[in-house]
Design a protein around this ligand. Structure first.
Ligand code: KIV
Length: 297
């Protein structure tokens, strides 16, 4: 795959992604650990989001709300070890920026210093623009995220497509413009009508990254486990599943368990053996040192 905006082998930067506006589509995915980040990076993706979807996809929480900054940072460090080229974006978790710009800046700095992220993402439009601006002023590139923002689950009363009325659509356009004005280098548009994301994409001078927002964004992102088919329960309409890894894993586990039960595993070629002749001496010595059998109770 060649979506490369940096010279081969060179790290992709936030300014380079920003400059991709209107050009070749930006290709992005989430990743949460070393092996998957390595695969995504080697496949030539432009950026990797260490998404707070980690909460549900890997850690088994039932929303993104409980995940902590420490959990996000640990995942980001693992991703960092597997990535050479893609830009690494750390997703700021719920409760670590909403209440003040100071907390937002402090959390973003931890993502950079401890996690090795090269940018952060925050959810929310106009009401979060001042926080986004403060983080940018602390020299950290920030990606915005509007539309269906999973951290607003309680306010939204469920995961619902946003911007479906004229009023709501106008609000989202204002939100997008506010984030651009505050210095975002890109903005994720999630769960909104494709006509609205097209208008936002046309109005902004920074790239839009769509997820459930139609094909006319400047780039697309999906959740890693959705793409490979390693999920449990409901999958959103916008997901295209490119593999069925859950079935592959389940079948491998069953085969292994069957082989162990039937003593087909390990085979001779999967076992270590003593050098020739040693076994004879060992068995002799062993039988001499065995105490005589006592009465069986
Ligand atoms: O956490 C996440 O996975 C996200 C999406 C935009 C992919 O925020």
């Amino acid at each position: 795959m060649s979506h490369i905006s940096a010279p081969q082998g060179k790290k992709i930067t936030a300014p380079q992604l920003r400059a991709r506006k209107g050009g070749q589509p930006i290709v992005a995915l989430t990743a949460y650990d070393y092996p998957t980040a390595r695969l995504v990076d080697e496949a030539g993706f432009d950026f990797i989001l260490v998404g707070d979807s980690l909460a549900q996809t890997v850690l088994g929480y039932d929303s993104t709300l409980p995940i902590t900054l420490d959990e996000m940072i640990a995942a980001t460090r693992a991703v960092k070890r597997g990535v050479k080229r893609a830009l690494i974006v750390g997703d700021m978790p719920f409760g670590y920026y909403q209440d003040s710009a100071e907390r937002g800046v402090a959390s973003a700095i931890r993502f950079i210093k401890e996690g090795g992220a090269e940018a952060v993402k925050i959810e929310g439009g106009r009401k979060r623009a001042h926080i986004l601006r403060a983080i940018v002023e602390a020299e950290i590139p920030v990606m915005g995220h509007i539309g269906l923002t999973p951290q607003s689950l309680l306010q939204m009363g469920g995961y619902r497509v946003q911007g479906k009325t004229m009023e709501a659509a106008k609000e989202l356009i204002e939100d997008a413009l506010a984030l651009e004005g505050a210095g975002a280098f890109a903005v994720v548009l999630e769960g909104m009508p494709k006509e609205l994301s097209r208008i936002i994409t046309e109005r902004l001078s920074i790239p839009t990254i769509g997820i459930g927002a139609g094909v006319e964004c400047d780039g697309q992102i999906l959740v890693f486990t959705d793409l490979i088919g390693l999920t449990f329960g409901h999958t959103a309409k916008f997901v295209r599943q490119y593999a069925d890894v859950k079935t592959v894993i389940a079948s491998a586990l069953k085969q292994y368990a069957d082989d162990v039960t039937a003593r087909r595993f390990p085979a001779d070629e999967e076992s270590y053996a003593l050098p020739e002749g040693t076994i004879v001496n060992l068995e002799e010595e062993h039988s001499q040192s065995m105490p005589p059998l006592g009465p069986i109770n």
